[in-house]
Design a binder for this molecule. Structure first.
Ligand SMILES: NC(=O)c1ccc[n+]([C@@H]2O[C@H](COP(=O)([O-])OP(=O)(O)OC[C@H]3O[C@@H](n4cnc5c(N)ncnc54)[C@H](OP(=O)(O)O)[C@@H]3O)[C@@H](O)[C@H]2O)c1
Length: 321
């Protein structure tokens, strides 16, 4: 089968479309023919080896050589003891723990797969796993957004932000989206009431405060986040630099006791089993998936470059047929 392989951290130039053996499902696994795979910032981080937490699997060289984590496709074979799915079933999954989605076929434990929601296309299903759970948990389940609250989403122009803006608006919040200048219009189209271009304005220094901040790109101090929170407000950091994540982890808990504000890292529970509420909203057309661009398997390097260089307004998807 064909797969997009890399053996060193670096730029998209490290990626090669190569012929590799088709994997054979082992105990409890199924073989999935990948039809669509969506890109996440975690793919870019896994390619570049930055931030440092993306090297958890291999400090000097990547341990897994095929990236790609949010897949939708068709079961083609089952391994010994795998009983939940039959060949022909349409499935989707977040396989961030295993990777291997930038390939024609991937073997995954059946327990991480779910049947594809009815009436969804492969690319819609592939767009949801990581971005959907981050938005759902950050805005609704942990964020506990309420009507009338002021919500700021930092990094709102990307994949998770696309769902997060819509969820916050559905719950009646006043939403501010922060991202680069190219993405101001697309954030407004998704429902953001206000937008900020992070290259021109620092949201922690403009005198405004928020009841809930979901931060997908955290690079500031704990003190700055406190400054941007209204009394009783909550800040959740999901992605950013390792230094900021550590500062928030330690400093956030300590300062919270004094101020009544909550500054925390959100450890997202990954997996399509957590997606049910957002799948239902998609089914009712209350949440839409914006596909920024579509690529073929041999174009994965271009697709990753497009995402990594900050041009994607919504999800970038690789379709294999
Ligand atoms: N905590 C957890 O458990 C967990 C689990 C899974 C994933 N994650 C992390 O969650 C994040 C999810 O991001 P995603 O998939 O939504 O990524 P994405 O689609 O790339 O979106 C991130 C957005 O942030 C913007 N951005 C970059 N630097 C910024 C800054 N300084 N200020 C404001 N915006 C900035 C990016 O724009 P530019 O193009 O200008 O850079 C991009 O539009 C990733 O960092 C991933 O590693 C965390």
């Amino acid at each position: 089968m064909k797969a997009v392989v890399y053996t060193r951290y670096g730029t998209p130039d490290e990626l090669r479309l190569t012929e590799v053996p088709t994997p054979v499902p082992q105990g409890g696994e199924v073989l999935v023919k990948v039809r669509s795979v969506s890109l996440n910032l975690s793919d870019w981080e896994g390619l570049t080896g930055s931030p440092l937490y993306s090297r958890l699997g291999g400090l000097r060289r990547p341990r897994r050589h095929v990236l790609g984590s949010d897949i939708a496709g068709q079961v083609v074979a089952t391994g010994p003891g795998a009983t939940l799915f039959q060949p022909g079933d349409d499935v989707y999954a977040d396989i961030l723990t295993y990777l291997g989605g930038f390939a024609e076929y991937v073997c995954v434990p059946e327990k991480v797969l779910a049947r594809m929601p009815e009436a969804m296309t492969y690319e819609q299903a592939a767009a949801l796993p990581q971005a959907g759970v981050i938005a759902l948990q950050g805005i609704v389940e942990k964020g506990q957004v309420r009507a009338g609250q002021r919500v700021l989403i930092n990094g709102a122009g990307g994949g998770s932000g696309m769902y997060a803006i819509q969820l916050a608006k559905l719950h009646g919040a006043e939403v501010t989206g922060v991202d680069n200048g190219e993405k101001q219009q697309s954030m407004r189209a998704l429902g953001a009431d206000h937008t900020i271009d992070y290259t021109r304005e620092d949201f922690t220094r403009n005198g405004r405060t928020y009841d809930l901040i979901l931060d997908l790109a955290a690079y500031r101090s704990v003190r700055a986040y406190h400054r941007a929170l209204a009394p009783g407000g909550r800040y959740f950091c999901v992605g950013g630099s390792l230094g900021t994540l550590l500062r928030v982890l330690v400093g956030g808990a300590l300062t919270g006791r004094r101020t009544g504000k909550k500054v925390r890292v959100l450890a997202v529970r990954m997996g399509v089993e957590h997606l049910a509420p957002i799948v239902e909203l998609c089914r009712q057309d209350k949440i839409v998936t914006v596909i920024d661009s579509r690529y073929r398997l041999d174009e994965v390097p271009q697709a990753l470059r497009h995402l990594g260089e900050g041009h994607a307004k919504g999800k970038v998807v690789v379709n294999l047929d």
